[in-house]
Write a protein that binds this ligand. Structure first.
Ligand code: DP6
Length: 388
């Protein structure tokens, strides 16, 4: 058994929406490009221990909060992880734990905690699968390689932001990325972690990075666009309206919408244009332009879902209360634009100076709701002490 490793990740909230193409284990390629902000105030904390499986019957074990998870839900993720890391480990045995050098005879013991409701449309799969990826990979490294590797990843994020690399287009290209981390031949770099996370959840590819990210259409990896300090005034106010597990998973919703909604193609064809304009708006920190595009993006996504058979409807009456409230505040000149994901919660994009007024208005409209305010946050971080 190796020493446990703990990694944290934060949800990447899509300002422009991702929709998976053939979503399912290992095939979460974006049908639509997304542009997201990683949030700073809510997080997933995941601890992983590698255990040897010499008796041949010990599989991966995943516990989120107090709930033991069904291994099938994570099977595609772990299968891909082993397939990709197996050859890396064999070729770079000096950097990895001796016990894992022999190949797939090891399993992951995972404990994870969210400081927000799981599977309720608050992007828990984004932060959850990103933290799981970071913790699993680090848990396979020898302790003396872990800290320098983590530091090298921080430098790599900065250089990726500067370089704005073109998106890679095929998984085969990703497999070359294992050699990408400068100074650490053979150890996976951030783009590799992003691609590994995608096998668990598309939006998790983005949460590997902090600040503002782009997950291009058809790309196996997300890209860091701007760091968290690029736009320190940017805020997302999460308005949690229900902590119930969503009735239809985003994966089912994606497949059903693709197969039955007559508007699907129109939406997917229009989305890249919206994403390009959103990148331009982000570069200029033009909140009004970005906010307007955000509204186009989520309403086009939901209109497509409403037209599916059977229709996919995540909204609650209170969702509409917040949507209308945002419109009313905008008409009074406040900078506030809403978005929603696969769940009833509404997320408001604004700037720090307007947060108090928006919170007052939300409280007046929905007194029992407790909003959560986030600025731009960090990507993966490994923590020294393990508290899980
Ligand atoms: C509507 O990442 O949850 O929130 O890849 O099937 O796990 P899977 O989907 P997921 O998709 C999120 C979809 C969305 C929009 C977004 O976050 O971009």
């Amino acid at each position: 058994m190796t020493t446990p490793v703990t990694c944290t990740a934060r949800p990447s909230l899509a300002l422009i929406k991702y929709w998976g193409k053939n979503p399912g284990p290992g095939v979460n390629l974006p049908a639509t490009p997304s542009l997201a902000m990683t949030l700073d105030s809510i997080e997933t904390r995941t601890q992983v221990r590698v255990v040897q499986t010499s008796n041949g019957n010990l599989g991966d074990q995943i516990v989120i909060g107090d709930e033991v998870q069904s291994p099938e839900a994570f099977a595609g993720f772990f299968q891909n992880l082993r397939q990709v890391l197996g050859p890396l480990i064999r070729a770079n045995a000096q950097s990895f734990e001796p016990s894992v050098g022999e190949g797939p005879a090891w399993a992951f013991d995972v404990r994870s905690q969210n400081n927000f409701p799981t599977a309720a449309g608050l992007a828990s799969s984004a932060s959850g699968l990103a933290a799981l990826t970071g913790a699993c990979v680090a848990s396979l490294l020898r302790p003396e390689f872990r800290t320098p590797w983590e530091r090298a990843l921080v430098d790599q994020e900065k250089s990726l932001q500067e370089k704005r690399t073109e998106p890679l287009t095929a998984d085969s290209e990703f497999r070359e990325l294992g050699r990408e981390l400068p100074g650490f031949p053979g150890l996976p770099g951030l783009l590799s972690l992003s691609a590994l996370a995608r096998y668990g959840s598309g939006s998790a590819s983005r949460s590997v990075f902090g600040g503002f990210t782009l997950f291009p259409q058809g790309s196996p990896v997300a890209h860091p666009l701007e760091s968290a300090d690029f736009w320190p005034e940017a805020r997302i106010i999460l308005v949690p309206l229900s902590s119930a597990r969503k009735p239809v998973s985003s994966r089912i919703a994606m497949n059903r919408t693709r197969d039955t909604s007559p508007y699907y193609e129109a939406w997917v064809n229009d989305a890249p244009k919206v994403a390009v304009e959103a990148q331009e708006a982000l570069k200029k920190r033009d909140e009004e332009k970005l906010g307007t595009l955000m509204i186009n993006s989520y309403l086009r996504m939901f209109s497509t879902m409403f037209a599916a058979q059977p229709p996919v409807v995540y909204w609650l009456p209170e969702s509409l209360v917040v949507i209308r409230l945002a419109a009313e505040l905008r008409s009074k000149g406040l900078p506030v634009w809403e978005t929603m994901d696969a769940g009833p919660q509404v997320k408001l994009f604004t700037l720090s100076s307007s947060v108090p007024e928006i919170l007052r208005a939300v409280e007046q409209a929905l007194p029992s709701v407790v909003p959560v305010v986030s600025g731009p946050g960090n990507g993966l971080q490994w923590v020294k002490e393990s508290t899980l």
